[in-house]
Design a binder for this molecule. Structure first.
Ligand code: ADP
Ligand code: MG
Length: 322
């Protein structure tokens, strides 16, 4: 059966060819459209479906409003762009229409939007038989030619990741287990329910023009690194002992912290590559922002995971719908 990624590839071959106006079409975190002699526009869309992408028993309407916007902001950051506007659409069943659901949803949405100086410019509302569906589109801009694609990594480049990994997947496991929302567990659950998009660092990286390729970690490090490698026509070697595993997973003695950091999705950190000679420059310029070097880009298409004792081939094992 066709996988989700194969289907997107088919769409891309059929409809996604770049032209004079379309700098980047289907296949990256956002599309890039030429806007003026100085700016390009970046646009990204995401859909969240009840009981597939979220459960109303676990996430509050306010948190869902936040998350809906956060996932799109993350894609804009992954292009090195600055978000400007959003279009949000929602389908809900009659009983939720009659309660406070939408009021709270938009309060959660608006709080995050205000933090990133974003304006709501449109949307749509529809009725569903019994589940909630939300669709979020965010547009932003970047200096002309500076959008960072998934396709520019070169052999020898260093691979970096922002923040910590595996926390969101750990939070989901805790929700599934019905854990108390206290201490480190509460922090992990919050990482799952209310991700913080890396808007600031994404904009800085776009301005610096240091990254050769970038993606946000939505499906899981192993899958998202595979996207960079296939788009760039390269391989990669990453080192397990360098992973910035979420400290709350370590505090709770999660037995599979490394595995969650590697394959768990929805951390919404940025994964990017940098020419080796610019590593120090990058660290100086990012100053207090947390980034960790986890490996290097190699020739050929293989992705290798280096452990203390062995090196094994890494297969993409992150999340996919189909
Ligand atoms: P992300 O996790 O970064 O949002 P996705 O896996 O959702 O990425 O999408 C990858 C690429 O495929 C993006 O460029 C997106 O615009 C494109 N894409 C996904 N679904 C569709 C679709 N139904 N029609 C056209 N393009 C799509
Ligand atoms: Mg993305």
């Amino acid at each position: 059966m066709t996988s989700e990624f194969e289907f997107i590839d088919q769409l891309r071959r059929k409809f996604g060819k770049p032209n004079k106006r379309i700098v980047t079409g289907i296949g990256d975190d956002g599309a890039v459209i030429a806007q003026s002699s100085r700016k390009d526009m970046v646009v990204s869309a995401d859909m969240l479906v009840e009981d597939i992408d979220f459960r109303l028993g676990w996430i509050s309407p306010r948190e869902l409003g936040h998350k809906t916007l956060a996932v799109s902001l993350s894609d804009i950051a992954a292009m090195g762009a600055t978000p400007l506007w959003s279009i949000a659409s929602i389908g809900i069943p009659q009983p939720l229409w009659e309660g406070d659901f939408l009021k709270e949803f938009y309060e959660g949405w608006a709080k995050l939007a205000a933090k990133h100086h974003l304006k709501l410019v449109g949307g749509d509302i529809s009725k569903t038989p019994d589940k909630v569906v939300v669709d979020s589109t965010v547009g932003g801009e970047v200096r002309k030619g500076r959008a960072v694609s998934r396709g520019g990594a070169r052999p020898g480049d260093s691979i970096f990741v922002t923040g910590e990994l595996g926390g969101a997947a750990g939070g989901l496991k805790l929700l599934e287990a019905g854990a108390e929302r206290t201490g480190a567990a509460a922090k992990l659950i919050k990482r799952h329910l209310m991700p913080e998009p890396r808007t600031e660092i994404g904009t800085v990286l776009g301005e610096l023009q240091i990254p050769t390729a970038m993606i946000d970690i939505s499906d899981g490090l192993s899958s998202d690194l595979a996207h960079i490698c296939s788009e760039s026509g390269v391989g990669a070697r990453i080192h397990k002992n360098k992973f910035p595993v979420d400290k709350n997973l370590i505090a709770l003695n999660f037995p599979d912290g490394d595995e969650l950091a590697l394959n768990g999705g929805e951390d919404f950190e940025l994964l990017f590559t940098v020419p080796r000679y610019l590593r120090k420059d990058l660290r100086n310029k990012l100053a207090k922002l947390m980034v960790t070097e986890i490996g290097e880009i190699t020739e050929g298409g293989k992705i290798e995971l280096v452990n203390s004792e062995e090196t094994q081939e890494l297969k993409p094992r992150g999340y996919k719908h189909f």
